[in-house]
Ligand binder design. Structure first.
Ligand code: SF4
Ligand code: SF4
Length: 280
């Protein structure tokens, strides 16, 4: 049976799309963004064992094949394992099937408008999403994909057919700034932006605003705003240092982007036709 690595499920969220939603975070991401706020979702565990010895309640151990396994019933969620992991990973992963995820959703389903799949990068598990969304749709709930744009939606649009839209990160337009920030070619992200708009499956675009990066911020906001107009939401996000890996803080800055500074870009986006631009 098809299974995917689930990092966590948040039963109720009001920041992952419209209304009240259950957010499902998958493990693994092809990007390595300097500013990632949950870097423990980037890579798969390689069972190096470093975290096993640090767990204060012995919730981590090796199985017979030498793989690190997590005992959820013993875990006290201290996150010591995540802090010591040298691999941007987490041992607290569950490989779940679609019926198992549906069982987890059962309690929140009566109170939610839909689900949002996130990560990591959820589109790495495209086949799983197709199956999961089909089940959720049967219950009359909506399905949104939170994506970094690394999946080519045009070459395989099946997941879009069973979803209500995509919340797409466009982190940087300028090539050098993009490569520096995310270590992944931006061409596919920009192609997805264009394609999702064309097929009317773009729910929202998100851009992070960094302090003192006037030119880079402006180029990204200008490009996105001119493309999307009022067709979807444009979430302008202030950079915040919380959760960022310590070795990247001196590079990116340890200060949250000032509200007044970030608001300049909301105004810019609106002046270019992105009427649904807003700041968070
Ligand atoms: S979670 Fe990290 S530290 Fe723990 S075994 Fe896996 S790779 Fe090693
Ligand atoms: S979060 Fe859980 S598994 Fe990790 S170290 Fe703490 S108790 Fe152990």
């Amino acid at each position: 049976m098809l299974k995917a690595p689930v990092n966590r499920i948040i039963p109720f969220s009001n920041v992952d799309g419209p209304g009240n939603r259950t957010s499902i975070f998958f493990q693994g991401c092809p990007f390595n963004c300097l500013f990632c706020h949950n870097p423990e979702t980037i890579k798969m565990c390689v069972s190096c064992g470093k975290c096993v010895e640090t767990c204060p309640v012995k919730a981590l151990s090796f199985d017979e094949q030498g793989k690190v396994v997590w005992d959820e019933t013993k875990c006290v969620q201290c996150d010591s394992c995540i802090k010591v992991c040298p691999n941007c990973s987490s041992p607290k992963i569950r490989w779940l099937s679609v019926p198992e995820v549906m069982t987890q959703l059962k309690r929140s389903l009566p109170y939610i408008d839909g689900i949002t799949t996130s990560g990591g990068e959820c589109t790495q598990y495209n086949e799983f999403l197709i199956e999961l969304f089909a089940e959720v749709k049967k219950l009359g709930k909506s399905c949104l994909i939170d994506s970094n744009g690394s999946f080519d939606f045009e070459s395989d649009p099946r997941v879009l057919e069973v979803s209500d839209g995509v919340m797409l990160d466009v982190k940087a337009y300028e090539k050098k700034w993009n490569d520096y920030l995310i270590s992944f070619d931006r061409s596919l992200i920009l192609k997805n932006l264009e394609y999702l708009l064309k097929v009317n499956k773009l729910y929202e675009v998100r851009t992070l605003i960094f302090p003192d990066r006037d030119r880079e911020n402006e180029e990204t906001v200008r490009h996105v705003a001119e493309m999307i107009g009022d067709k979807c939401f444009y979430k302008i996000i202030r950079y915040r240092p919380f959760g960022v890996r310590e070795n990247y803080l001196p590079v990116l800055g340890e200060f949250t982007t000032e509200e007044e500074y970030a608001n300049r870009y909301v105004e810019l986006a609106r002046s270019l036709g992105a009427a649904k631009a807003y700041l968070v």
